[in-house]
Design a protein around this ligand. Structure first.
Ligand SMILES: Nc1ncnc2c1ncn2[C@@H]1O[C@H](COP(=O)(O)OP(=O)(O)OP(=O)(O)O)[C@@H](O)[C@H]1O
Length: 298
């Protein structure tokens, strides 16, 4: 499968500051990739280079088989900045018609695009009356002009409430199913965990981890946490059978390595009806993020 985006040994220096060092990455059609990293890790710099807004210091980059910033690349790439601003006096439809004309497209597509992002009902209302979630949808609608093959989204859900976030990701899922590649940056690890195919962790300009959540979990090999709820009065007996378990709010908490997990679960199952409930908690993306960024955060 050909990649929509291919980055090889990308380096960017701002004078003494190494914003990116030797970053390589490829994104396939229909793939949703999350770019994670602490403030100053290099996420925006990478996006600016992909968009052709700033040049790389060294390395190769191909955006939809073209050079970043070239006419061919710009036709295929859409960008949604973190703080998207529109004219408050324009309606959603007027704003979209304006962007369509700027892109050399027919303004008659405006309503179709607004419908796609669930804004048809509000299309004739002034953007000044829109909620933040609705403005973000206008941003996504403008990003969809010309059916881009790659969407670059800088913290697209920051400031959105949980329902708006879920709806926003559902829209991205549909776009990905239609073959668009999505590269988004985020600080909201839990939502990224559920809604992207691959995770890239940048730290101090270097790529410190890359893979699906399952792959990152395997590679990090962090402990699994088990919460065992005892039936009335059985906690002491369970604690004796599970060395290392500690009692927290009526449940016994214990950790084990991935390789010990099945044996430990077998031991718990052997306790029969003394156990009222059991939760197995794999390491979260936050745990993985801390693990891979450890020692590199400024
Ligand atoms: N134009 C510039 N001149 C000098 N240094 C810059 C410039 N742009 C970015 N940097 C530096 O490059 C590094 C990477 O910055 P970048 O904005 O890419 O980080 P980021 O991961 O997007 O951070 P955030 O999550 O805060 O948006 C930082 O040390 C930043 O100060």
């Amino acid at each position: 499968m050909t990649s929509t985006l291919t980055i090889s040994q990308l380096t960017k220096r701002f004078g003494e500051v190494a914003a990116l060092t030797g970053v390589s990455l490829s994104v396939a059609p229909g793939e949703r990739v999350a770019l994670l990293g602490h403030n100053g890790a290099g996420k925006s710099t990478m996006m600016k280079i992909i968009l052709g807004l700033i040049p790389a210091t060294s390395g190769q980059i191909s955006v939809c088989d073209a050079a970043p910033g070239s006419i061919a690349a710009r036709r295929s790439v859409a960008y949604l900045p973190e703080n998207v601003a529109f004219h408050p006096a324009l309606t959603g439809e007027e704003q979209l018609r304006h962007y369509l004309v700027l892109r050399g497209e027919s303004p008659s597509q405006a309503m179709g695009l607004l419908e796609k992002v669930g804004l048809a009902q509000a299309a004739r209302r002034r953007i000044g009356t829109y909620s933040k979630g609705m403005r973000q949808r206008v941003g996504l609608a403008q990003a969809l002009i010309g059916q881009p093959r790659l969407l670059v989204l800088d913290e697209p859900t920051s400031g959105l409430d949980p329902v708006s976030r879920r709806e926003f990701y559902a829209l991205l899922d549909d776009l990905a199913k239609q073959g668009a590649s999505i590269l988004l940056s985020s600080h909201a690890l839990t939502e990224v965990e559920a809604r992207t195919d691959r995770i890239v962790i940048l730290s101090k300009g270097r790529m410190v981890a890359e893979g699906s959540l399952a792959e990152l979990r395997r590679r990090a090999d962090l402990p699994v946490t088990l919460h065992v709820t005892a039936r009335n009065g059985s906690a002491p007996e369970i604690a004796r059978s599970l060395p290392g378990a500690i009692l927290v709010d009526g449940a016994l908490h214990l950790t084990c390595t991935q390789s010990e997990k099945l044996a430990q679960l077998g031991r718990i199952a052997g306790l029969g009806d003394k156990v009222a409930d059991l939760d197995v908690l794999p390491p979260s993306l936050e745990d993985l993020y801390s693990h891979f960024s450890r020692g590199t955060v400024q």
